[in-house]
Write a protein that binds this ligand. Structure first.
Ligand code: GAP
Length: 472
C-alpha cells in the first residue's frame, strides 16, 4: 500500500521550481539565457538519475543470466543510419501537431489539401491546419525539411566524407555489435544485450520540462529470440517492464500499457506497446516495447556484407533472430518519479498555515537516504553528530546539515524526499548515547542506541520500501 497522497494534481510550475531550488534539475546554460529545452541535473538530480539507471541495470543485467551489457560509441559509421532507415526516414518536409506531437509528411493523404514547400517567402503565408490525429484539437506547424538527427563532422575537415551523426537511439550500437557479443560470450538464444546512454534528436517541439528534450538518456534492451517465439516474448517483456515501474514505487493507477494501432507502428515494428504514465497533462509514453523482427540485423547484414545470422546448435538451423526491444527513457522515468512523489500535506494540527511539501520517493530511488542533524551547532553536539555522520555515510548516501532550526531542516529534507533523519541532541551526549530517527512520511520519531543505528536504519528503509510500493 502506497502512502496516502493529499494532492489531487501536481502543479508542474511548482515542481520545476522545487527542482531548481533544491538542486535536482536546473535550466541548461542559464547564465546565458538558457538553450531551448536543455536541462542540467544538479547535485541531487544526478543521484536520483543514477538510482534509476542502477535499478534498471540491476533488474535487466545483474539479476538475469540471459542479458549482458554494452556501452557503444555515440558516433557511429554513417552507413549505420542508412541501414537503420534513419538517414532517409527523417529527411522529409514535416509538419508537427502542437498538441499530440504527431508529425505529418506534407503529402499525407489525410491532410485536406497538398501543401507546397520551398524557399519562396509566399509559401509561409499558408494558413495553419488542424491535426487529423487529435480530431482537430491541435494545429500543425509550418512544414520544414527536417532531419531528426544532429549532424557533426569527424576530424578537422568539414565535408561530406567526414559527416557523421549523433545517434538518435542507442539500439543501433547493439545491432552492429551483435556478432562480436555472440563470439565473446557464446550466449544461446534467447538472450539480450542492454545499454544505457545518451541519444540526440532535433525535436521540433521539445517541452514539458524533461519529458521531451533534444538530448536525453535511454535504457534499451535488445532481446534476441527465435522467429516464431517473438509474440510470446513480447508479452513477457510487457509484463516485466510494467512491473519494473511499479517496483520503483510508481502508483498503479498512474501506469498503463497501450498497444499501438497498425498506423502508429515504426517502419521496423511488427507490434508495439507503450508503458504510459498519467502526467499532469495526460497519459504519455515512458517506454516503448516493440517487436522489431529481424529488420535491423538483416539490414546491417546487407549494408555491411557481414553475416549476422545465428546458428542454432540444438536444431542445426541457421537463421536471423527476431528482436524484442524494451526502450525506456531515463529522464522521463525521473519526471514520472518526481510527479508521483510530489505531495503537499496540510499541517495535521491545523495550527500552521504552511503546508509540508514532501517528495514521497521509494527509499531505493531517494537521492539522499539519511540526513544527520545535530539539534544545534552547540559545541557539545557537533563532535558526536560528525561521528554519527561518518559512520552512516559508509553505508548510505547521507547528508549532514546543521544550518537553521531543526524544524526547517526536517522540511528541507522532506522536500527532497530523504526517508530518514537522524537527530543528535543533548540527551544523546549527556545521558543515553541514543539518537532519534525521524520518518519522512509519518513524522514519527524513535530513539535508538548509536551502536545499533546502522542496522536500525537498514531495517526502517526496507520497511518504508514496502509502503512506498513494491521493492525495486
Ligand atoms: N530504439 C527505439 C526507440 O528509440 P522511441 O520510442 O523513439 O524508441 C524510446 O524512444 C524512449 O526514449 C521513449 O519511450 C522515451 O522514454 C525516450 N525518448 C525518446 N525521445 C525522447 C526525447 N526527445 N526526450 C526524452 N526522452 C525521449
Amino acid at each position: 500500500m502506497a502512502q496516502q497522497r493529499y494532492l489531487a494534481q501536481v502543479d508542474m510550475g511548482k515542481l520545476v521550481s522545487l527542482c531548481k531550488r533544491r538542486g535536482l534539475v536546473f535550466p541548461g546554460s542559464e547564465i546565458y539565457g538558457g538553450l531551448g529545452s536543455t536541462w542540467d541535473y544538479g547535485p541531487l538530480g544526478v543521484e536520483l538519475k543514477r538510482n534509476v539507471k542502477e535499478a534498471w541495470w540491476r533488474a535487466t543485467v545483474h539479476r538475469r543470466d540471459d542479458v549482458v551489457g554494452l556501452d557503444a560509441a555515440i558516433l557511429m559509421h554513417p552507413r549505420t543510419w542508412e541501414a537503420s532507415g534513419h538517414a532517409e526516414g527523417f529527411a522529409d518536409p514535416l509538419m508537427e501537431c502542437t498538441s499530440c506531437n504527431q508529425r505529418f509528411r506534407t503529402d499525407d493523404p489525410r491532410l485536406a489539401a497538398p501543401i507546397k514547400f520551398g524557399p519562396q517567402a509566399t509559401l509561409y503565408e499558408m494558413p495553419r491546419r488542424t491535426c487529423p490525429d487529435c480530431g482537430g484539437v491541435g494545429t500543425l506547424t509550418d512544414p520544414r525539411m527536417f532531419n531528426l538527427m544532429f549532424k557533426t563532422f569527424v576530424g578537422p575537415v568539414e565535408d561530406s566524407a567526414s559527416q557523421a551523426w549523433l545517434r538518435p537511439e542507442t539500439a543501433q550500437g547493439i545491432f552492429v555489435n551483435f556478432a562480436s557479443v555472440l563470439a565473446a560470450t557464446r550466449l544461446k538464444l534467447p538472450f539480450g544485450i542492454a545499454q544505457i546512454g545518451k541519444s540526440f534528436r532535433n525535436e521540433i517541439t521539445p517541452g514539458n520540462f524533461i519529458f521531451r528534450t533534444r538530448e536525453f538518456e535511454q535504457m534499451e534492451l535488445e532481446y534476441f529470440v527465435k522467429p516464431g517465439t517473438d509474440d510470446q516474448w513480447l508479452d513477457y517483456w510487457l509484463k516485466e517492464r510494467l512491473n519494473w515501474y511499479l517496483g520503483l514505487g510508481l502508483r498503479q493507477e498512474n501506469l498503463r500499457l497501450r498497444e499501438h494501432g497498425k498506423d502508429e507502428l515504426a517502419h521496423y515494428a511488427k507490434a508495439c506497446s507503450d508503458v504510459e504514465y498519467r502526467f499532469p497533462w495526460g497519459w504519455a509514453e515512458l517506454e516503448g516495447i516493440a517487436n522489431r523482427t529481424d529488420f535491423d540485423l538483416k539490414r546491417h547484414s546487407d549494408f555491411s556484407g557481414q553475416d549476422l545470422s545465428y546458428f542454432d546448435q540444438e536444431t542445426g538451423e541457421r537463421y536471423t533472430p527476431y528482436v524484442i526491444e524494451p526502450s525506456g527513457g531515463v529522464d522521463r522515468t525521473v519526471l514520472a518519479l518526481l510527479v508521483d512523489a510530489y505531495d503537499e500535506e496540510p499541517d495535521p494540527t491545523g495550527k500552521e498555515k504552511e503546508v509540508r511539501t514532501v517528495l514521497r520517493f521509494h527509499p531505493d530511488i531517494a537521492p539522499v537516504k539519511v540526513a544527520v542533524l545535530p539539534l544545534s551547532r552547540n559545541e557539545k553536539l557537533v563532535p558526536t553528530a560528525r561521528q554519527v555522520y561518518a559512520t552512516v555515510r559508509q553505508r548510505f548516501m547521507a547528508q549532514y546539515d546543521d544550518a537553521q532550526s531543526i524544524g526547517r531542516r526536517y522540511r528541507r529534507q522532506d522536500e527532497v524526499g530523504t526517508p530518514l533523519c537522524v537527530t543528535v541532541d543533548f540527551q544523546t551526549v549527556e545521558q543515553d548515547n541514543q539518537v532519534t530517527i525521524r520518518h519522512r512520511d509519518t513524522m514519527a520519531q524513535v530513539r535508538v542506541p548509536i551502536p545499533e543505528l546502522v542496522p536500525a536504519l537498514e531495517e526502517q528503509l526496507a520497511a518504508m520500501g514496502q509502503t512506498s510500493g513494491p521493492t525495486a
